[in-house]
Design a protein around this ligand. Structure first.
Ligand SMILES: *[C@@H]1O[C@H](CO)[C@@H](O)[C@H](O)[C@H]1NC(C)=O
Ligand SMILES: *[C@@H]1O[C@H](CO)[C@@H](O)[C@H](O)[C@H]1NC(C)=O
Ligand SMILES: *[C@@H]1O[C@H](CO)[C@@H](O)[C@H](O)[C@H]1NC(C)=O
Ligand SMILES: *[C@@H]1O[C@H](CO)[C@@H](O)[C@H](O)[C@H]1NC(C)=O
Length: 366
């Protein structure tokens, strides 16, 4: 199997649902009685007009890139040029950085030369120039001077990080209120990075959680995106499956407001992934960590395989089990995500460093 195929398919699903040559014929014959009413429905006027309406009314769009600052190396430059191409096409209102903005040890000050060689000079395309960035801190950023990343917001036209955790309200063309919540996840993490973050920044994760709870409780927005560096779930790194600390500490609060949260966006793993850990009606999780270096994807151990890879279980007549955890997409690719927000749906797309569309997902908004 080529790398591409391996990335874009689910290896377990492939093994289990091997089709025989006559399956399409059989399925077609079986489906005829069902298809007649479906076809007559799908050409009815409302759905046609809805399609036209849909194709012409993006409310706003934004890009998500993570794990990038490597002086342009490790394909950072190529990803930046693909972002510029997509920017020309989609005119994003802003770019979200999911953290690990500067390798290996963040920045030393707001005058660190990394600001130019890993950020300003890399994303230096006309089509990216006037777009604001909203950035969170990653574990590597905490190894440096994290307050310098906050201070740089005052020096730069496009860099925005007012505090280690903050929120940004966004009003769409039609006047709908969206809320983007930016978290600092490193203080939650048990390992040495977390220790550094708690020590240097004197950052209490408890304080952050009570801030979050208050914010979500008082917000009237029914459409919320939450951004943090660490991923809560993963369909790659063996044995870890995302950060347990976040599943224990952060997830219960998000669950409480889950009906209003569209997605949790993270980086940390150097790949692109889309997961639905609570099935297709739950919150979506996107990992956008392909801003420069990539990690190879690892298949989980046997016990985890059952949890993650027996997931897109399609019953014989194409009926999905909606409650099952699903891993819909994973690619060890240099790249980023683009989100297009429509009045009643969002479209998430993953792009490679060559601006090639790798994946598209559409979700109806309630
Ligand atoms: C962190 O960066 C800020 C802004 O450049 C600077 O004022 C401060 O002295 C730095 N702190 C350390 C410990 O270097
Ligand atoms: C970055 O480059 C600009 C333009 O060349 C320069 O004015 C600025 O001082 C540089 N900043 C740093 C932090 O080196
Ligand atoms: C940025 O500038 C504003 C207004 O001038 C000031 O209130 C704020 O303290 C500054 N922030 C930092 C991190 O320097
Ligand atoms: C906020 O919290 C209060 C008290 O726990 C609760 O009654 C209320 O429903 C919450 N509001 C929202 C919007 O979740």
């Amino acid at each position: 199997m080529s790398e591409e195929e391996q990335l874009l398919t689910n290896p377990y699903k492939r093994k289990k649902y091997k089709l025989l040559w006559y399956t399409p014929v059989l399925l077609t014959l079986l489906a005829v009685p069902f298809l007649v009413p479906v076809f007559s429905l799908s050409v009815s006027l409302p759905s046609v007009s809805r399609w036209f309406w849909f194709s012409s009314s993006v409310e706003f769009s934004f890009m998500v890139v993570g794990d990038w600052g490597r002086e342009g190396h490790h394909h950072q430059k190529e990803v930046a040029s693909a972002m510029a191409l997509l920017s020309r096409e989609t005119r994003p209102r802003f770019i979200i950085s999911t953290g690990d903005n500067f390798y290996e040890d963040g920045v030393a000050s707001a005058k660190d030369k990394q600001w130019n060689i890993s950020f300003e000079n890399v994303y230096a395309y006309n089509w990216l120039e006037n777009i604001p960035w909203y950035a969170v801190l990653g574990n590597h950023d905490h190894l440096g001077n994290y307050t310098a990343q906050i201070e740089y917001s005052n020096k730069s036209e496009r860099w925005n990080m007012p505090r280690p955790f903050f929120s940004v309200p966004v009003t769409s063309h039609s006047g709908d209120n969206y809320l983007f919540v930016f978290l600092d996840t490193t203080p939650f993490i048990r390992d040495s990075y977390g220790e550094v973050a708690r020590k240097n920044g004197k950052q209490s994760w408890r304080l952050q959680l009570s801030w979050l709870e208050k914010l979500l409780n008082s917000s009237s927005s029914r459409r919320i995106f939450v951004v943090g560096h660490h991923n809560m779930y993963s369909s790659s790194i063996a044995g870890e499956r995302g950060r347990e600390e976040l599943r224990i500490l952060l997830k219960p609060i998000l669950d409480k407001y889950a009906s209003r949260i569209i997605a949790y966006l993270s980086g940390h793993e150097h790949s692109l992934q889309h997961l639905q850990p609570q099935g297709c009606s739950g919150m979506d999780h996107f990992i956008s960590g392909g801003g420069s270096k990539t990690d190879s994807l690892k298949d989980p151990p046997k016990d985890a395989e059952q949890y993650w890879y027996d997931c897109c279980k399609v019953l014989s007549l194409g009926v999905e089990d909606k409650e099952r955890p699903r891993s819909l997409f994973r690619a060890s690719k240099h790249g980023f995500f683009v989100f297009r927000v429509y009045r009643n749906e969002i479209v998430a797309e993953a792009y490679s460093q060559k601006a090639k569309l790798l994946y598209r997902y559409r979700k109806i908004l309630r």
